[in-house]
Design a binder for this molecule. Structure first.
Ligand SMILES: [Zn+2]
Length: 390
């Protein structure tokens, strides 16, 4: 197997406390890394101790971090909703029902146009350092349109999520229970083979506790892992339900009470925070400090979607988390890499130590701190995926 030595790494974030300074980030200064042609990290350490390798890359003193793991994104859709954004910025509140507008456009779109839009968003994410992304369905809401969305998503990622329970489509408005029957029956049957996860928007205006439980339970019975859109627009049962059902992640977590925090802290359900949504809907941010201090595992993700948050940028979310949610730069970078991996129950990504995938980002900066210190600046200079510079 051919090996490549990346050397002159000014700062290497491994996310493995067994390395470097022993912190959660496992940061090594003046570091080197060896990766193999199988796309794996085989060695990390101080550059002066680096073993010989077949190829050599000089990183020029820059900082290297694990590729971002964006564990929450909605990328299969058509159309855009900038007018709705402008209205919100003029004072109108965000409502879950706006999803239906995108549903209309998505149903009417050709496979080709959906595939093109999706590929363009995946490429946009990659340029900004995202090497693993979860992609949800949820803008089709028919058996055909949901399975089509998941098949398209599966061409780009293994982390595909069936979100038939995103909102009750208008044709079922008079009989939402019949829609839950469709989601847990024929729609799930058509989608399960194309999805790794099942998700539900547990929120008033979307699905209540009983409907959410029915959806998640049906998915789990089909072998899917659970994730939940929980406690976004107000207090609610989503977080408790996620923890009770062993969901990998409860996402949003904007309105939490003490019992919700305790449930997250004592479970392995990750609290995934999506601060781009609060930014784009001008809403209060989740209390990240309360979660961290209670011992919950926190992830950061974009929630990239055409309605409530149309950013694909993990660096932007890191800057928001630091500035608006009082996370330290170290906590935010961890949450956007290792945290995202935990939210997808992955241990091969989100870290750079032996055995991990060689998915990494070279920053044109001496330290990861610059991601928050220099917000909006395109610091990502190189992105490697599976050991190859793309
Ligand atoms: Zn979402």
């Amino acid at each position: 197997m051919v090996t490549t030595l990346l050397s002159a790494i000014g700062s290497l974030v491994t996310n493995d406390p067994a390395h470097g300074d022993g912190s959660r980030l496992g940061e090594i200064k003046n570091a080197a890394m060896v990766i193999d042609s199988g796309g794996r990290v085989v060695w990390v350490g101080e550059a002066t101790r680096a073993p010989a390798a077949d190829m050599f890359v000089d990183v020029g003193g820059r900082c290297v971090i694990p590729g971002f793991v964006d564990s929450h994104a909605h990328l299969v859709f058509a159309g855009e909703r900038s007018a709705e954004f402008a209205a919100r910025m003029s004072g109108e509140p965000y409502r879950a029902g706006g999803i239906r507008t995108t549903v209309q456009h998505t149903r009417a779109a050709t496979d080709e146009s959906l595939a093109l839009n999706l590929a363009s968003l995946i490429a946009e994410m990659h340029r900004q350092g995202t090497t693993t992304v979860e992609v949800k369905s949820g803008y089709g809401l028919t058996v055909r349109d949901e399975s089509r969305a998941l098949m398209l998503a599966g061409q780009h990622t293994d982390e595909t999520t069936f979100l038939g329970a995103h909102v009750v489509p208008s044709e079922f408005e008079q009989d939402p229970a019949a829609y839950v029957d469709l989601v847990t029956g024929p729609m799930l049957e058509a989608c399960a083979a194309h999805a790794r996860w099942i998700d539900v928007f547990c929120e008033s205006g979307a699905f209540d506790a009983d409907a959410s439980r029915a959806v998640l339970t049906a998915g789990i019975e089909q072998g899917l892992g659970a994730r939940v859109h929980a406690n976004q627009l107000g207090p609610g049962p989503g977080v408790q339900l996620a923890c009770e059902l062993g969901a990998a992640s409860a996402d949003h977590c904007t309105y939490l009470d003490d019992a919700d925090i305790a449930a997250l802290a004592s479970s392995d359900t990750v609290a995934t925070l999506l601060p781009g949504v609060e930014f784009s809907t001008r809403s209060p941010y989740p209390d990240a400090r309360r979660l961290l201090e209670a011992g919950a595992t926190v992830a950061l993700a974009t929630d990239c979607n055409p309605g409530s948050c149309f950013t694909s940028s993990m660096p932007f979310c890191i800057a928001l988390a630091v500035r608006e949610m009082a996370m330290t730069p170290a906590e935010a970078v961890w949450a956007a890499t290792a945290g995202g991996a935990a939210a997808l129950r992955r241990d091969d990504v989100g870290r750079l130590s032996p055995g991990a995938r060689a998915d990494l980002v070279v920053l044109d900066a001496p330290s990861y701190i610059h991601l928050a210190y220099r917000p909006g600046v395109p610091l990502v200079t190189d992105v490697w995926k599976d050991g190859r510079r793309a």
